[in-house]
Every structure is written in C-alpha cells, then in structure tokens.
Design a protein around this ligand. Structure first.
Ligand SMILES: [Zn+2]
Length: 144
C-alpha cells in the first residue's frame, strides 16, 4: 500500500511533536483512498491524555470532534499517528497490541535523532497477542 502525505502536513506534525517533548504527541489522519493508494489530506494534532513519553491515548472528545470534521469535509478516516520522542520509528509491542484496526495506517514519527525526524507508516494485523506490523510505502509530497 502506498500512502502519501504533503510536506506541509509532515512539518506541522513534526513541529507539534517537538513542542510536546518529552511526551508522545498524537493525532489522526484523514483523506482519500483509491485503488492501491491512500492520500492524507488532513492531519489532526490532538492531546495525548496519558502525558507520558511511553504511550498515548487520544483525548476522546477531540477524537469525536475530528471525526465530525472529517465527515463535514468529505474525508475518510485513514488511521492515526504518534511520536516516539526517544525511540525509533517502529511500533512497540504495546503499539501493536492496541492497533486493532487492520485497515488503518499507523504513522510513527521518531524524534530520536535530533534534527532528523523519521516518519514511517505501518499496517498492523493479527490477534491481540500476536500482531505483526508491515511497513507501508510512505511518500512525502512536495507541496505545489
Ligand atoms: Zn509507539
């Protein structure tokens, strides 16, 4: 699966994640889906109510408001994103356990290397105690 994100949305996500350090930052992604490809049109920057550097829970009210906004703008929910302030851009065991939507894309932005954000998208499948993640083909589009 190919998934695209605009450079400006990537930058927005990065700046927000930096501002939330040392906590994990999180949010949702929405856009369009066509045969074999997904296009992120909007990134939602939401509150991590866990306020830790190890995991995240999206504020449920903000989650609901975002879903309403997606509907109002004709966007499909595509998945979510969160940052790893100190660890690499791949799902932790807990991330996999909580990734219960096999259709969603899970984006992880690593801030571990100062000045070099690393963003990857994952597809996660399988039973709760044995989920496997697979990297998606994420493309950052230069805005025109
Ligand atoms: Zn994580």
């Amino acid at each position: 699966m190919q998934i695209t994100i605009k450079r400006s949305d990537f930058e927005k996500m990065y700046e927000y994640a930096l501002s939330k350090r040392p906590e994990e930052a999180c949010g949702l992604i929405a856009g369009r889906e066509e045969e074999g490809a997904r296009h992120i049109e909007k990134v939602y920057l939401l509150t991590n109510i866990d306020h830790t550097n190890e995991h995240f829970s999206i504020d449920p009210r903000e989650h609901l408001a975002s879903v309403k906004d997606m509907r109002a703008n004709g966007l499909q929910p595509l998945g979510n994103w969160h940052s790893h302030p100190e660890t690499p851009s791949r799902p932790s065991e807990e991330d996999k356990r909580l990734a219960n939507d096999s259709k969603a894309s899970y984006l992880i932005l690593s801030l571990a290397e100062e000045g070099t954000p690393v963003l990857n998208s994952f597809h996660v499948e399988g039973p709760e105690d044995g989920r496997v993640s697979e990297k998606e083909d994420l493309v950052i589009l230069e805005d025109v």
